[in-house]
Design a protein around this ligand. Structure first.
Ligand SMILES: *Cc1c(COP(=O)(O)O)cnc(C)c1O
Length: 408
């Protein structure tokens, strides 16, 4: 079995090692929750200060032009596009993932009034199920169905207009076959919307190669945008002229500063903006995304696989009571590793008290995000070591770890 010294040697040889110093990671903490809230890029501190003190404080409203606040949704969108294999003009940053999903579900459903059914999978991230069902309720004749994942292909039929799938599952990290399902959807005349919340910045994506037409994703997870950072939305160029956002706000207007009464959609991706962009969150998101622009991205994806394999190997040896629920095949998973255990909640709390921050997902999942930009092999080694020690000692049985908090 690999030793701590061997794990440290892997870190020494890691071409991404210098990236770690670009993030603020508190002393004594092993951060395995960057899939839920990415760590703070050191550069974001200066960017946020400049955005507040100089851009807002001194330049005031002139900043919309002089600091290009107005261009930020598309500028940051173009950077995210390079990260997910899309064209720069196919991605825009706006709103939350939930709101972006709503815009795309309604826009896509309206293109196919003769196929009123909207489908997703049971056990999808709650907002995906809830937004899709809420959107269906608004559409004339609309219906909503959640089907089990292993039956999802049966729903690619003539009644279905829109399907919403999360590429990498938030609990298990199971990954759908994007190319195959996208091809199937297009062949059957269905608009498939991919939620990339646990994929973007975690694994290699090539939306153009895979023929993806519609996607959304989160800004504060692997992209390190900061708490509540805005999300992104992708629409393939060939749909720009036909797809209309149901949230016809002025920032998506062809000429917002003409102040016209009537809505006229902007010609490109900008039509998917609604109101004034959240500038501070956009700028910290840009700082997070820039960390990917600067690094060797092929190395990032490769390191995600290696961090996972190390975690899985150590866990198989030292955590015999933990059942790994993430697929072993690197092509069939994302960049987090999850275990099922009846006492996942108190174990997770006890682990956090020891400085290893992972998270719990009800009812019984212990989840660890493996973020290649700032996590090392020795971090993984130590985390498994601490977890094994905790389980052996039974410390997690202390009643203070049983109490549930509002956010898990
Ligand atoms: C995190 C996550 C979201 C988040 O949605 P918000 O609107 O930002 O709260 C949505 N979908 C999935 C699959 C996620 O993992």
């Amino acid at each position: 079995m690999i030793s701590l010294a061997e794990a440290e040697a892997l870190d020494d040889a890691d071409p991404l090692r210098a990236q770690r110093a670009r993030f603020r990671l508190p002393e004594g903490v092993i951060y395995l929750d960057g899939n839920s809230l990415g760590a703070l890029p050191e550069a974001a501190v200066g960017i946020a200060r400049d955005a507040v003190e100089r851009q807002w404080g001194e330049d005031l409203i002139r900043s919309w032009n002089s600091n290009d606040w107005i261009g930020a949704p598309q500028r940051v969108g173009a950077k995210i596009a390079t990260l997910i294999g899309a064209k720069p003009n196919e991605v825009v940053v706006a709103d939350s993932t939930s709101v972006n999903l709503f815009k795309l579900v309604v826009a896509a459903a309206r293109l196919a009034p003769d196929r009123p059914r909207i489908v997703t999978e049971t056990g999808n991230f709650p907002t995906d199920l809830q937004i899709a069902s809420g959107a269906a309720a608004l559409l004339p004749g609309g219906s909503f169905e959640a089907v089990p994942t292993d039956e999802i292909e049966d729903a690619f039929d003539g009644r279905t207009g829109v399907i919403v799938l999360t590429h990498v599952h938030y609990k298990t990290a199971r990954r759908h076959d994007m190319a195959r399902l996208t091809a199937l959807a297009r062949e059957r005349g269905i608009r498939l919307i991919w939620d990339l919340s646990h994929s973007a910045g975690a694994i290699e994506l090539d939306l153009a190669r895979d023929g993806v037409e519609l996607a959304i994703g989160c800004g504060y997870k692997y992209l390190n945008g900061g708490p509540g950072a805005p999300a992104f939305l992708h629409v393939a160029e060939h749909l720009h002229g036909t797809l209309l956002s149901p949230l016809t706000g002025w920032m998506g207007h062809a000429a917002p500063f003409d102040f016209a009464d009537a809505y006229e959609p902007a010609p490109g991706i900008r039509r998917f903006l609604c109101g004034t962009p959240p500038v501070l969150g956009l700028l910290t998101l840009e700082a997070g995304v820039d960390e990917f622009m600067a690094a060797d991205r092929a190395e990032i994806w490769a390191k995600s696989v290696r961090l996972f394999d190390l975690f899985a190997m150590l866990a198989a040896d030292r955590l015999p009571d933990m059942e790994c629920v993430t697929p072993a095949d690197s092509r069939a998973r994302g960049s987090h590793i999850s275990f099922a255990h009846a006492d996942a909640w108190p174990i997770c709390q006890a682990l956090i008290a020891k400085g290893v921050i992972g998270d719990f997902r009800a009812p019984d999942i212990l989840r660890f995000g493996l973020t290649p930009l700032y996590l090392g092999y020795a971090d993984v080694w130590r985390a498994v070591d601490i977890l094994a020690g905790l389980i052996a000692s039974g410390e997690w049985r202390d009643p203070r770890y049983a109490e549930r908090r509002a956010v898990t």
